[in-house]
Design a protein around this ligand. Sequence first.
Ligand code: SF4
Length: 208
Amino acid sequence: MVTQKQERFRLDLLKWADENLRDFPWREPDRSLYEVFIAEFFLTQTPAENVSTVYPEFLERFPSLEAIDEASEDELVDTIKPLGFYNMRSNALKRIAAENETLPDTTKELVKLTRVGRYVTNATLCFARDEPLPVLDRNVERVYSRVFSDDWPQSSTEQLQFAERLVPKDRARLYNLTLLDFGAAICTPQPSCDECFANEYCTYYQDS
Ligand code: SF4
């Protein structure tokens, strides 16, 4: 059950998407589960613009978990070095590839993979399969904690439940992608409240 304010925010956000949704190679239609997973795995600690520079070459050299399994760690590092954290990332990908012939496609299994947390799991399944899962990173937490600051819970479990209620079941992918972009472009740490569609009802703005 969503409140009137939550429903208004959802509709306004989806309208904002018409003009503002960003294009990235991993957002192209028909990307496979594996291709979306690779992008989300890199995006956890690296800006999208940087991931864009490495992503096409990575998929060309390593089009599957099998290809990662067969490659040497040096080959992996060579490709992902510009992203940073390359040892940690190559170790994790090698381990995932050694333990899985294909990428698991359930939240229960994905979340257990090495260095794959709730964010990567939900983002992968939502963006590749349109599953209505909450995609909660720091940007999205900031948006919700401002717009709904009266209701935003303290515990991470309750925050996830809060976010889950807001995901529209019929447009989960579009909604979550837009929320990420809105947090990156408008409701940033120094927010652009004057040009924000939510400034009439955002609690943070109204109280400031
Ligand atoms: S009004 Fe400001 S704080 Fe509120 S959602 Fe918009 S940008 Fe963020």
